[in-house]
Design a protein around this ligand. Sequence first.
Ligand SMILES: C[S@@+](CC[C@H](N)C(=O)[O-])C[C@H]1O[C@@H](n2cnc3c(N)ncnc32)[C@H](O)[C@@H]1O
Length: 203
Amino acid sequence: MKIDLNDIAYWMDGIRNEDNHMRYHMLESFWHGQLKSKIWLCETLANVEHTISNRIVIFGGWYGVLATMIFNSDVGAKHITSVDIDPACKDIAVNMNKAYAMNGKFNAVTEDMCNYEYTEDPHIVINTSCEHITQQQYDAWLEKVPGDAWIVVQSNNFASHKEHINCVDSLKDFRWNSKISKEFYSGTLELPEYDRYMIIGRK
Ligand SMILES: C[S@@+](CC[C@H](N)C(=O)[O-])C[C@H]1O[C@@H](n2cnc3c(N)ncnc32)[C@H](O)[C@@H]1O
């Protein structure tokens, strides 16, 4: 996929503007595996849903890299909200998506995904941070997802990572845990260090 050079310049500004400690953390979102997983998401989701008017909420949106990639993809986003529990993420995600934030197409909020209150019904909700939350948190999050929204979830088997508290061993296990009853797509992306699993469907 191709990313607008203007967006890349904003990514670089976002990284440049932070101190060394935060720069290190931000670069974690640019590992090959991270980017490949998000390209996979954008390309697969575009086959399921592509209109220019999608309202999308990304949970565990981190520093906003996936949001920029979706804006550059064929998914078609009218607006993206990025939700993250870490208060450090909000301003960084806005800076990383400056082109879209400036014209009202992007915002970021600090919130636990389990407590998020939807202000408008989303067309698509995305949670690529399932390995970072307990099954109880996942269930609480899923409970609040509107029934007619497309749901995109990713997890992985990278259990040795210290922040991964809820990895799965296989796509089969992830399908069981994710409780997506109307599955439209499920698949595995094999990466050098770990496998990533993705499911797209509705509740
Ligand atoms: C390391 S990042 C993203 C990893 C993921 N595999 C990806 O590539 O998108 C995980 C993010 O989830 C966020 N997070 C963890 N628990 C959360 C919760 N309960 N609500 C919202 N965000 C949460 C963290 O703050 C962090 O920014």
